[in-house]
Design a binder for this molecule. Structure first.
Ligand code: NAD
Ligand code: G6P
Ligand code: MN
Length: 444
C-alpha cells in the first residue's frame, strides 16, 4: 500500500495537534511515511512541533517527522500539502471583528467586511504556498482549508487556474454529524447521501437519503424547525456558547425556506441586525478573544506539558475526528476511491442557471485524477439572488487584490448583504486599510 508524505502548512495552528492525532488514527486507510510542518512563525510552530515530535516518536516511530520555515525543505518530496494558515493570526482576526462594529456592522472571521479583510490578507500567501509546492513537488496536491475559503478559492481560480488545489470546508461535515445524531444513524453521517449546493459558508441541503434511498429530510426538518441544529446538548458540553447560539439560530434560518436545510453561516446574511445586537453587548470581547482564551490557550498549554514531561502518554491533545474529511479526501486521491464529497469548485454548468465561473460548493466524486462534479441543475430564485450578490462580493475582492483597486474593494464591501450603506462601507474600508497596511497590496 502506498505511503504518503504530507506537509502541514500552518504547523503552528491550534488545529495541528488534533489533525496529527486524527491522521494517526486513520493510518490503516491512509498510510503515511513522512509528516512535515511548515510555518512562517518559527517560534509559534516550534511549541506545537516539539510536542508533536514526542507524540509521533511514541505512537508512530516509523513516520519521519520534521518541521521548518524553509520552503525548499518543507515542500520537497511531498504528495500533499494540507493547508490551514491564518494570515495575520488572531491579532488581525480581532481587528476584522472589531473594526466593522465601530459602524454598527458585525465582525466575523469569514462573513461580511471581516471576511473580506481576511481574504485580502490571505490571497498572496496562499499563492506563494502553491508556488512552493509546484516548484519542489510538482505532482503534489494542495488540500486547502485555510479561510476565507470562498475568496481563496476564487483567487486560485483566477491566478493559478491549472494548479492542483482542492478547497474544502468542514462546516457541512459538522452539520451533517448533527443531522446524523438527530436521526441516530449507527455510522453517523456516512450513512447519508446528500445533495447540496451553494457558495462556501452559504449553502443548502436539498435532499438527504439513507443508502436504501429513503428520504431522511422530513425527520431532520421536524427537529430543525424546533431546535435548529442543537441536538443532545448534554453530549456537547464542550461546544462554546457562541457556537451553540449559531446552531440554535439555524431554526430561524430554516424558517425562510422550509424546502431546504441551511448552512449555519447563513445566519450572518439573514440576521445581521440580530447578530450585531448580540455582539455589541461585548464590543471588546469577540470570537477572536474567546478562541485565544480557550482553544489557543488549551492547545499551547497541552503542548507545553508534553514537552515538559517528555511524553505524550496522557496528553491533552484531542483527535479532531471531525477533521477526518481531510483523510477522506487524501485517501480518495491516493487510492482512486471515487468518494463523494462537498468541494468548492468552478461551477461550469453544474448549477445551470448560475455564473459558470463562480466557485460553488457542490458534491463531487474524488479519485486519482482529482474530482468530477455532479450536476445540480436549476436553483430557485431566492437562492440564486442571494448567491449572485455574494459571489459578486467575492469576485470583486479578488479583482481589487489583483488590480490594487480601492474602488473595487469599496464596491465589494458595499455589495455585502451585511453592510447597510455605501457610506458605512467606505468608513469600514478606510479603517481596514489602516489596520492591514502590513498585509494588503496598496490600493489606488
Ligand atoms: P492559528 O493562528 O492558530 O494557526 C495558523 C498558523 O498559520 C499560525 O501558526 C501562523 O503563524 C501560520 N501562518 C500565517 N501565515 C502564514 C504563511 N504565510 N505561511 C505559513 N504559515 C502561516 O489559526 P487556527 O485558528 O488554528 O486556524 C487555522 C486556519 O484554518 C484558519 O484559516 C481557519 O479559518 C482555518 N479553518 C478552516 C476550516 C474549514 O472548514 N475550512 C476549519 C477550521 C479552521
Ligand atoms: C467552522 C468553519 C471554519 C471556521 C471554524 C472555526 O468549522 O467551517 O471555516 O474556521 O468553524 O471557527 P472558530 O470561530 O472556532 O475559530
Ligand atoms: Mn469553513
Amino acid at each position: 500500500m502506498k505511503k504518503s508524505s504530507v506537509v502541514i502548512a500552518g504547523g503552528g495552528s491550534t488545529f495541528t495537534p488534533g489533525i496529527v492525532m486524527m491522521l494517526l488514527e486513520h493510518l490503516k486507510r491512509f498510510p503515511i511515511r513522512q509528516i512535515k510542518f511548515y510555518d512562517n512563525d518559527a517560534v509559534r510552530q516550534e511549541k506545537i512541533a516539539e510536542a508533536c515530535a514526542i507524540l509521533l516518536r511514541e505512537r508512530a516511530p516509523e513516520i519521519d517527522f520534521s518541521y521548518t520555515t524553509d520552503p525548499k525543505e518543507a515542500f520537497s518530496d511531498i504528495d500533499f500539502v494540507m493547508a490551514h494558515i491564518r494570515v495575520g493570526k488572531y491579532a488581525m482576526r480581532e481587528q476584522d471583528e472589531k473594526i466593522p462594529m465601530r459602524y454598527g456592522v458585525f465582525g466575523q472571521e469569514t462573513c461580511g467586511p471581516g471576511g473580506i479583510a481576511y481574504g485580502m490578507r490571505s490571497i498572496g500567501p496562499i499563492i506563494e504556498i502553491i508556488d512552493f509546492m509546484e516548484r519542489y513537488s510538482p505532482n503534489a496536491w494542495m488540500l486547502n482549508y485555510s479561510n476565507p475559503a470562498a475568496i481563496v478559492a476564487e483567487a486560485t481560480r483566477r491566478i493559478r487556474p491549472n494548479s492542483k488545489i482542492i478547497n474544502i470546508c468542514d462546516m457541512p461535515v459538522g452539520i451533517e454529524e448533527r443531522m446524523a445524531e438527530i436521526l441516530k444513524l449507527p455510522n453517523g453521517r456516512k450513512d447519508m447521501e446528500v445533495r447540496y449546493y451553494g457558495l462556501n459558508h452559504f449553502g443548502w441541503w436539498t435532499d438527504i437519503r439513507d443508502k436504501q434511498g429513503n428520504d431522511l429530510m422530513p425527520k431532520i426538518k421536524e427537529h430543525v424547525a424546533k431546535h435548529g441544529y442543537i441536538v443532545n446538548p448534554e453530549k456537547h458540553v464542550e461546544t462554546e456558547v457562541s457556537w451553540n447560539d449559531t446552531f440554535a439560530k439555524a431554526r430561524d434560518v430554516y424558517a425562510i425556506d422550509p424546502d431546504t436545510l441551511p448552512n449555519t453561516y447563513l445566519k450572518y446574511y439573514f440576521f445581521p441586525d440580530y447578530v450585531f445586537a448580540h455582539d455589541s453587548q461585548h464590543p471588546e470581547h469577540t470570537r477572536a478573544n474567546e478562541v485565544m482564551e480557550h482553544r489557543e490557550k488549551n492547545v499551547f498549554t497541552a503542548a507545553r506539558a508534553v514537552v515538559d514531561k517528555n511524553t505524550a502518554k496522557d496528553c491533552d491533545f484531542h483527535s479532531d475526528e471531525h477533521a477526518s474529511y481531510i483523510v477522506d479526501l487524501a485517501e480518495a486521491i491516493t487510492f482512486n476511491k471515487k468518494t463523494r464529497m462537498l468541494l468548492i469548485v468552478k461551477n461550469e454548468g453544474s448549477i445551470v442557471n448560475f455564473d459558470p465561473t463562480a466557485m460553488v460548493e457542490i458534491p463531487c466524486v474524488v479519485g486519482a485524477n482529482g474530482y468530477e462534479k455532479t450536476c445540480v441543475g436549476k436553483i430557485p430564485q431566492f437562492q440564486k439572488g442571494l448567491m449572485e450578490q455574494q459571489v459578486s462580493v467575492e469576485k470583486l475582492v479578488v479583482e481589487a487584490w489583483i488590480s490594487g483597486s480601492y474602488q473595487k474593494l469599496w464596491q465589494a464591501i458595499s455589495l455585502s448583504k451585511t453592510v447597510p450603506s455605501v457610506t458605512i462601507a467606505k468608513k469600514i474600508l478606510d479603517d481596514l486599510i489602516e489596520a492591514n497596511k502590513d498585509y494588503w497590496p496598496i490600493l489606488k
